[in-house]
Ligand binder design. Sequence first.
Ligand code: NAD
Length: 489
Amino acid sequence: MSSTDVLDPQAVLDGVPTGLWIGGESVAASDGGTFEVINPATEEPVATVADATVDDARRALDIATAVAGEWSATAPRERGEILRRAYQLVADRADDLAMLMTLELGRALPDSVAEVRYGNEFLRWFAEEAVRIGGRYTTSPAGTGRIVVSHAPVGPSLAITPWNFPLAMGTRKIGPALAAGNVMLVKPAHETPLTMLALAEVFAEAGLPGGVLTVLPTTNAREVSSSIITDDRIRKISFTGSTPVGRNLLAQAAERVQRTSMELGGNAPFLVFDDADVDKAVEGAFMAKMRNGGEACTAANRFLVQSGVLEEFTEKLIAKMSAVRMGAGYEEGVTLGPLVTQAQRDKVADAVESAVAHGGRVRLGGKAPEGKGYFYPATVIDQVDAYAPVTRGEIFGPVAVISSFETEEEAIKAANSTEYGLAAYFFTRDLDRSLRVAAALDSGMVGVNRGVISDVAAPFGGVKQSGIGREGGSEGIEEYLTVKYVALS
Ligand code: NAD
């Protein structure tokens, strides 16, 4: 962080391409359209970006598919080396990229610095995976032939990414797609297109051939995406975002039987048992709640605390959350930036109102400040029924909602009582209970005595309506490969 506190935001913005990234260059939209990117801390525009049309999407797809064959035939080592050079360039520009993310997303600079580090690891990881795409050979049990199994690139892919992690949600898809030999078109969230455009330029400098990676910022997400999905040449759709949009994309993909990866919404329960180390649980709770200002799909959304440690946990969490410093994300010492948009702040305020209307007691925060910027303070609400409406949806903000429970069975039932199943956390010092509860939670990922679970080497993803497929780990590249079986005599 040494140099980030002296970075000039305008100088960072001046270096970012603001056109569509098509064919390895930054170009204007076909109709000349643009839109503004807003700084959530000031509500002022920070950049004007080209607004892709359906015609742009078609042209980009033509260019991408024209180079797809050549790219898939590139030596795995060469693909790996391009990814590795991109990793190095991102590492060299980490401070600028972090500042850029904070300017378009709002959140505190330390969170952006952490995302650059985390997101960039996917480029390094998949640079290494590119040369490990394997296959197998065997003879048929009847001795009648030989079986050769190989993995081929799935084909031209579309990635649609959300605003809450503008870099990592891209690199988690672009890394494995390119490593596996696919061309990829990315439609970033219109709230935060700048980070992805900066990344596209990094890839060009790293030696990626033009057309292999496309970035299409647009305010017309539905039509631009549909025009790509309804093209037979697209063979894979990878989406991170909300469950309703995911359902819609799955329905569209069904028409052409395209492969899909869906990283959708979460509603993570965070369980604290009487036998937990309460101080560690509070540390974990703070991380699970406040990382990214609460704007994370893995964010702890419901705290379920056993009655014996309820008050101690609540008071210590309040003390920890009280120490948060709210302000523009790029100001020194700030640990909680604004939310991304007014709509997002309204959603968080509605969640707090709903919790209170159903008997919740505000112990900290609970009121948006006056003035410019989409700020919402660190908030703790206790005495909330474990099944109250506020516990049914994603809060996506710095609001901790606490309910109590008496028995393990009761806690698991409440934890599993939603349509989501992305992440879950629990704290206990009992080994038997650790194994039992980890197995019983309906969740793609479980943190035991930990408040952060994302790891480049682990398969990230959910069950139930939190999604299909995994990103990261050795599983991540499989999403971009198809299996081909050749029978030999
Ligand atoms: P969103 O679903 O509104 O938007 C995500 C992306 O989809 C954006 O790029 C948006 O422009 C695009 N989009 C919106 N409507 C579309 C349509 N009809 N057709 C095609 N594209 C469309 O979600 P959001 O508000 O940007 O992001 C927050 C959501 O993302 C939360 O639900 C969060 O849990 C989820 N998320 C999940 C993960 C995960 O890995 N499971 C990670 C981060 C965020």
